[in-house]
Design a protein around this ligand. Structure first.
Ligand code: AMP
Length: 558
């Protein structure tokens, strides 16, 4: 019941968008509009001006892009029908990719224009004709002055991240650009904050705009459970590695990983299984029967991770979960509260962990405002932290074992070992074996550190001028991957069993399989890096000597 964020027919089709757009959204795995989309799309479709207060991550891009595409008559003119102004080159690319994705079935021609990109290419594309221009004010003005961009056919202008544009000194450029567009245009302004200067622009250039801001529903916050909340900063492009790192450090018994789209659910599930975790995707399209089966596997310990969208996780009976992990922050802060309400039930301990990119900080702040609780993003655990954590776990496991019953039956083994060996050495060897048996030092790639979020403005400006963000580069692949298989001599495993399984199930030739190392409890097999994921997936679904061992990538280089 408390999961009932929206009514049953609150999908995109209820907003009145044309079928081409609805199909594109469905292909992208968007299950329902975000709050800002639900509020902004209908008034924009009827042609009104709008001021929206919304941060990155709320779904604001689709909120203005969908109505803009809906009204576009593509191909009727070579001059653009819509202009989107954005503060940075990075955003210009992102927004233009989004417009392209949503408008795929409409064959919309989109052009990003920003400084630092060769102008010749932009000129050629402009000459051929475009429908939507997404650009930084400086470069757009440049084109207007050269006479290479004409704005008299523009029917919609969007000012995206208006506060950022003003911070970057684009106020005059924006004024000059707006003066070139027709008076009867539709004007849309989105801004994360609403300082008086933004209000002044809205008053001067927008006609009787509708004003919307992110919902401030505090009812959900009242039901906030007692959960340890934390957040980790992740660099762009390293989210999957960050998720794996967090899982390794947290070692949840059973966790749910929340994603924004079905597509993301699939790729995260695949990524996790490829790394040796046992993850199951929960889709909005699953029947109750299928959901029950997934839950059964979670209870039986055959699954440790559920990967789901907010919609798919509604109404789940999930008392046994220890962790909620936000692979992405939800597009609405209220959904965060619903998500973390999945753990910490019935007085149990629970943890909610969020992965956040520096540019998504504002969304996290919106969550903080709603919950009244601070969640300070920390740097991800490093490889050293991870190793220390593994040693800690080893310690705990050993202490527990020492206190447990059933040790006496090993006395005779110990007695014969102590005939010629030192007690300390025996204990050390025992610890080493235990460590190796629980996975050892796998997954040891360092994830680059992220710049402090306070430097966000400077970073954006650097991008506009073509300087990339400072980043360490990660190690390149070696061409050969080592695969860990949790089965060894004890189970009677022979090299030919592994070669047979790999050749039979993953379609590789025997000679493609490299060195094989079989220890008592586990084995390591070298395979071509290009086939590694396929081999891991195939072996995970194959019984080897009657068992289904853990199969995952081994990253530790000797
Ligand atoms: P934005 O706030 O526009 O930067 O969007 C943030 C992210 O949310 C983007 O990755 C979008 O692809 C995604 N997104 C936008 N709308 C939806 C939706 N209705 N359902 C799921 N994901 C969405």
């Amino acid at each position: 019941m408390d999961d009932d964020l929206v009514g049953a027919d609150a999908g995109f089709s209820a907003l009145g968008l044309r079928p081409e757009l609805l199909r594109a959204l469905s292909d992208l795995g968007y299950e329902e509009p975000t709050p800002i989309q639900r509020e902004a799309i209908p008034p924009l479709l009827s042609g009104g001006d709008l001021v929206g207060q919304a941060a990155t991550g709320t779904g604001k891009t689709a909120a203005f892009a969908l109505p803009l595409l809906h009204g576009l008559s593509s191909g009727t003119s070579n001059d653009p029908g819509a202009l989107v102004l954005v503060p940075t080159r990075e955003l210009a690319e992102q927004v233009s990719q989004a417009v392209h994705r949503y408008g795929r079935e409409l064959n919309v021609r989109v052009l990003p224009v920003y400084g630092g990109q060769p102008i010749q290419r932009q000129l050629r594309v402009l000459e051929r004709g475009v429908d939507v221009v997404v650009g930084t004010p400086g470069r757009v003005l440049d084109h207007i002055e050269r006479g290479t961009l004409r704005l008299d056919t523009i029917s919609t202008v969007v000012l995206d991240e208006a506060d950022e544009m003003l911070d970057m000194g684009f106020a005059e450029d924006i004024e000059a650009i707006l003066a070139e567009t027709p008076k009867e245009r539709q004007t849309v302004l989105f801004s994360a904050t609403m300082p008086p200067r933004i209000d002044a622009i809205a008053r001067r250039h927008l006609r009787d705009p509708m004003r919307i801001r992110m919902g401030r529903d505090t009812a959900a916050a009242d039901r906030l459970p007692k959960v340890r909340q934390s957040a980790y900063l992740v660099p762009r492009g390293h989210r999957m590695a960050a998720l794996a790192r967090v899982l390794d450090v947290e070692t949840p018994t059973a966790a749910i990983v929340f994603c924004r789209t079905r597509e993301e659910v699939d790729s995260v599930t695949e990524g996790l299984n490829g790394r040796g975790y046992r993850a199951e995707a929960l889709h909005g399209g699953l029947s109750q029967d299928q959901r029950d089966r997934v839950m059964g596997r979670l209870r039986g310990g055959n699954t440790e991770l559920l990967v789901a969208t907010d919609v798919a996780a509604r109404g789940l009976d999930v008392d046994l979960l220890t962790h909620v992990i936000n692979y992405n922050l939800p597009t609405a802060p209220e959904a965060y509260v619903h998500r973390i309400g999945r753990v910490g039930r019935a007085g149990r301990e629970g943890a909610a962990i969020t992965l956040v990119e520096p540019r998504e900080q504002r969304l996290l702040q919106a969550v903080e405002r709603l919950t009244g609780q601070k969640v300070k993003p920390e740097q991800l655990p490093t490889v050293t932290d991870l190793r220390a954590r593994r040693m800690e776990l080893l310690l705990e496991t050993m202490r527990e074992a020492v206190g447990a019953e059933g040790l006496d039956r090993f006395r005779s083994v110990l007695a014969s070992l102590t005939d010629d060996l030192d007690l300390e050495q025996i204990a050390l060897a025992g610890l080493k074996l235990l460590h190796e048996n629980s996975g050892g030092d796998v997954d040891e790639t360092e994830i680059p550190l992220v710049e402090a979020p306070r430097e966000r403005h400077r970073e954006s400006r650097d991008r506009e001028h073509g300087r990339g963000p400072r980043n360490q580069t990660s190690r390149p692949g070696q061409g050969v991957a080592r695969v860990f298989v949790g089965l060894g001599r004890r189970a009677g495993l022979r090299p030919q069993d592994l070669v047979g399984a790999i050749a039979g199930e993953a379609g590789l030739q025997g000679r493609d399989v490299g060195a094989i190392q079989i220890t008592d409890r586990f084995s390591l097999v070298e395979v071509p890096e290009s086939a590694a994921d396929r081999v891991i997936k195939a072996l995970q679904n194959t019984a080897i000597r009657g068992r289904r061992p853990t199969v995952r990538r081994e990253r530790f280089q000797r």
